[in-house]
Design a protein around this ligand. Structure first.
Ligand code: GLC
Length: 678
C-alpha cells in the first residue's frame, strides 16, 4: 500500500491507527463486518489459492500466503527465488543459528513477493524412512525438531511475516494421506508427535498452524475438536490462526462441527464453509455469530500482526535472490553435509596430487529446481550449480575431468534419489530403502576398477547401503543441497570446508529394523495405520531393542578429531524446577579446524513406566581451530526429562536417579554420570 493510500485509510477507518492496542483494533474492525462478509472470510478468496477475500468497503486487504519450507515456491509466487537446501539438510547442521538466518532470509523473500505468511516450517516427526516428505521435515527426535524450528519461527515473525507450523498432526506418511486414520495412544501422540508443536508454540508463538490431511483416531485433523479445541486452543493456549491444508476439508460439509472444533480458515476454498452451508447452519442455530467471530478475530489478529493496517514505512523491506541469501544457501549445504565414511583419510582430496578425476552418476549434473518438483516445497531458483558444473568450473585446465574410472586418480560417483514419483516426493512414499539397482551395479563396477571411488549421495531420506558400503572407501551424505549445492560439495571434497553435519535421523540397515515397519498394519496401513511402536520412534527403538543401525542418529565424521574431557555435573541432586548444569571441555586434536556437535542424552534409571534408554535433551555445535580447547557449559531444563502419562493425561517428571550421557552420536557415548531429581 502506498503512503498516500495509507493516510486516506487512516482518516476513514480508526483501526488503521497503529497507536491503538491490537485487541482494540480487532474489535473495531470486527464491528464493521457484516455477517455475510464474515462468512466469506472463513475460506480462501475465489480463484486465488493463496489469499483471503478483501473487503474494500471497510478497507480490509487480502492476507497472502505462500509455500514453503526451503524458499518461496514458484507455484505460489510465480517467481524464481532463493532455493535453500532440503529441511533435512538444515537439520543435519544441528545449528539453530543457521535456521534463524534462513528464517530471516525467507521472510524477506516472502515480503518481496507481496505475501504475508510462509507455510513453513514442516515439523512432523520422521517415523518411517520411506515417507515421501522426509526431505521436507527435520528429525525423528522432537527435541532436535523444536530446537531448529523455534529460531526459524522467531526470525520469520521478527520480519512481521507469519510462520505456519505444519502439518498438525501425525502426518508421517504420504500413502493414503487424504484419508488414512492414525491410530495412536495418548502417550506417543503427546510425547512424540504433538511435542514439537507444543514446544514451538510455547517458545516461539507461531501465528499460524496448518491442520493436516490425515485423520487421527477416525476424525479429520481439520475438524478434530480434541486436537484443535482441547489441545491447541485450550491446553497450548494458541491464539493464532488455524488453517486447513489445501483441500484438506474436501470431504467435510458440516460447518458447525468445523467451527466448534476451531478451524478458522479453509484453504484454498470453501467446502465445509460454503456460503449456503453457513447460512443454513446459522438459520438453524447450529452456529452463532460469536462462533464465527472466534475464527474471524484470529484471522484479523494475524492481518494486524503482519502490518496490513500499518504505515508502509514501518514494514520491513523485502528482498530476494540476493548474494547473501545465496551464500547462506551454500553455507547451510556445507554445514549439513555428513561424512559417513572416510577410510585412510582419502578425503579431503589434495588438489596438488590430482591430475585426473572421473565424475559419474545420475546426480552429477541433475537440476532439482523445477516446477512443483517433489511437491509444494519446490522452489525454482535463478540458477543452480550442479556438482559437475562446480567441479569443472573450479578445476578446468588444472585437473583433467573425464568419465573413465580406469584412467582417473579418483572417481566421484554422484548417486542418490530425486523427486520423481516413488522417491522423495509429496503424495507418494518410497517403495524401497535401497538405491536403484542400476546405481548399485555402477558402484560395484567402478569401485572394482578404481579403489579411490568416492560416493556422494544426493537424497532426502535414509538409504540402505549394505550391498555396496564395504566396496567404497569414502561416502558423503549431501542431501538435496539446492542452488549452491555444487559449490558446497566441491568445497567439502577439497577441504575448504571440513564436514561437520550429523544425522538427524537413523539410517537403518534394513526396512525390517525400522519401528514403523513391523507389519503392514504399522505402515502403510490402509484406511487405518497403527502406531504400535508407541514412543519408540527412531533411535529410541534401536536403543530399546539393542538393534545395530547402519548409521545411528547423531552420527557424522570429520576431517579432524575431537576429545571430550573434564565432564562434570556440578550439582548431582537437582530440584524439578531448576536446570541440569553440564560442563565439558572439547578439544580439536587434529590438524584441521572444524566443528563438533556434542550431544547430551538422559535416561531414567529403573523408571516406573516404559521409557527409551536415552533421549536427546541438549546439544551444542562448536567450531575449534586445530589443538584448541573450549569449555562448554550447558543449562538443560529439568522439564526436558518429562514424559506424558497416558492415564493421567499430563506431563510428569519422575523423581529419582537418571543417567546423563554425553557423546558424539547416540551410539558413541564418551561419558556417563548419574544425577538425581528430588
Ligand atoms: C500441500 C501441502 C502443504 C502446502 C499446501 C499448499 O498439499 O501438504 O504442505 O503448504 O498444500 O501448497
Amino acid at each position: 500500500m502506498s503512503s498516500r493510500r495509507y493516510k486516506r485509510m487512516q482518516k476513514k477507518f480508526p483501526y488503521y491507527d497503529s497507536s491503538l492496542e491490537l485487541e482494540k483494533r480487532i474489535t473495531l474492525l470486527l464491528s464493521k463486518l457484516r455477517l455475510k462478509e464474515k462468512f466469506a472470510l472463513l475460506s480462501g478468496r475465489r480463484l486465488s489459492y493463496w489469499k483471503t477475500t478483501p473487503i474494500r468497503r471497510i478497507g480490509l486487504p487480502s492476507l497472502g500466503m505462500t509455500d514453503g519450507p526451503v524458499g518461496i515456491s514458484f507455484h505460489s509466487s510465480f517467481r524464481k527465488n532463493t532455493k535453500f537446501p532440503a529441511s533435512i539438510c538444515l537439520a543435519a547442521t544441528w545449528d539453530p543459528s543457521l535456521s534463524q538466518k534462513m528464517g530471516k532470509a525467507i521472510a524477506a523473500e516472502v515480503r518481496s513477493v507481496g505475501r504475508h505468511v510462509v507455510l513453513a516450517p514442516g515439523i512432523n516427526v520422521d517415523r518411517t524412512p520411506l515417507n515421501g516428505r522426509t526431505f521436507e521435515y527435520l528429525s525423528e527426535d522432537p527435541h532436535l525438531i523444536k530446537e531448529l524450528a523455534i529460531p526459524f519461527v522467531q526470525a520469520v515473525q521478527q520480519q512481521k511475516i507469519g510462520a505456519c507450523i505444519k502439518h498438525y498432526v501425525a502426518n508421517n506418511q504420504e500413502t493414503n494421506r487424504h484419508s488414512v486414520s492414525v491410530e495412536i495412544a495418548d502417550r506417543p501422540l503427546n510425547e512424540i508427535y504433538l511435542r514439537a508443536f507444543k514446544e514451538v508454540i510455547d517458545e516461539a508463538n507461531p501465528w499460524v498452524v496448518m491442520g493436516a490431511y490425515n485423520k487421527v483416531r477416525g476424525e479429520y485433523s481439520c475438524a478434530h475438536s480434541h486436537l484443535l479445541r482441547e489441545k491447541l486452543i485450550k491446553e497450548y493456549d494458541f491464539s493464532g490462526l488455524i488453517i486447513s491444508d489445501w483441500w484438506a476439508t474436501k470431504k467435510l460439509d458440516d460447518p458447525a462441527k468445523c467451527l466448534k472444533a476451531g478451524l478458522c480458515l479453509e484453504m484454498p476454498r470453501a467446502y465445509a464453509y460454503r456460503m449456503r452451508f453457513l447460512k443454513e447452519a446459522y438459520k438453524n442455530n447450529l452456529i452463532s455469530e460469536e462462533d464465527v467471530d472466534f475464527a474471524i478475530r484470529r484471522l484479523l489478529r494475524i492481518m494486524f500482526k503482519v502490518g496490513l493496517f500499518d504505515n508502509p514505512e514501518t514494514i520491513p523491506k523485502g528482498q530476494r535472490n540476493t548474494e547473501s541469501h545465496q551464500l547462506l544457501a551454500r553455507k547451510i549445504a556445507e554445514q549439513g553435509i555428513v561424512l559417513l565414511k572416510n577410510e585412510n583419510n582419502l578425503l579431503p582430496l589434495d588438489f596438488n596430487k590430482l591430475s585426473s578425476m572421473a565424475i559419474l552418476g545420475p546426480n552429477k549434473d541433475k537440476k532439482f529446481g523445477k516446477f512443483i518438483y517433489g511437491g509444494s516445497a519446490a522452489v525454482i531458483p535463478p540458477y543452480e550449480n550442479t556438482p559437475l558444473e562446480a567441479l569443472t568450473y573450479r578445476f578446468k585446465g588444472k585437473i583433467a575431468i573425464q568419465n573413465d574410472p580406469e584412467q582417473a586418480d579418483v572417481c566421484l560417483l554422484f548417486m542418490g534419489l530425486n523427486h520423481d514419483e516413488g522417491f522423495d516426493s509429496e503424495d507418494a512414499d518410497r517403495k524401497t530403502l535401497s538405491l536403484p539397482q542400476k546405481q548399485i551395479s555402477l558402484i560395484k563396477k567402478v569401485s572394482k576398477i578404481n579403489p579411490n571411488t568416492i560416493v556422494i549421495l544426493i537424497n532426502g531420506s535414509p538409504l540402505a547401503m549394505s550391498d555396496w558400503l564395504e566396496k567404497v572407501p569414502a561416502i558423503l551424505e549431501a542431501w538435496y543441497p539446492a542452488m549452491e549445492g555444487g559449490n558446497a560439495i566441491t568445497n567439502v571434497l577439497f577441504g575448504e570446508i571440513n564436514p561437520s553435519g550429523k544425522l538427524p535421523l537413523t539410517f537403518p540397515k534394513t526396512l525390517a529394523d525400522s519401528p514403523a515397519h513391523q507389519s503392514t498394519k504399522t505402515f502403510p496401513g490402509n484406511d487405518k495405520v497403527y502406531y504400535d511402536e508407541g514412543i519408540f520412534v527412531g533411535y529410541r527403538y534401536f536403543d530399546e531393542k539393542q538393534l545395530e543401525p547402519l548409521f545411528p542418529f547423531g552420527y557424522g565424521l570429520s576431517y579432524t578429531s575431537f576429545s571430550y574431557n573434564n565432564f562434570k555435573i556440578p550439582r548431582k541432586t537437582i530440584s524439578e524446577k531448576s536446570n541440569i548444569n553440564v560442563t565439558i571441555d572439547i578439544k580439536n586434536t587434529g590438524r584441521l579446524a572444524g566443528s563438533e556437535i556434542m550431544q547430551v542424552y538422559a535416561g531414567k534409571v529403573n523408571s516406573a513406566v516404559p521409557r527409551p534408554p536415552k533421549e536427546l535433551i541438549g546439544f551444542r555445535k562448536i567450531y575449534l581451530k586445530s589443538q584448541k580447547t573450549k569449555t562448554i557449559n550447558l543449562k538443560l531444563p529439568v522439564q526436558s526429562l518429562s514424559y506424558y502419562d497416558g492415564k493421567e493425561h499430563e506431563w510428569l517428571i519422575e523423581k529419582g536417579k537418571y543417567t546423563l550421557f554425553v557423546g558424539k552420536s547416540s551410539r558413541e557415548i564418551i561419558h556417563e554420570e548419574e544425577f538425581t531429581i528430588k
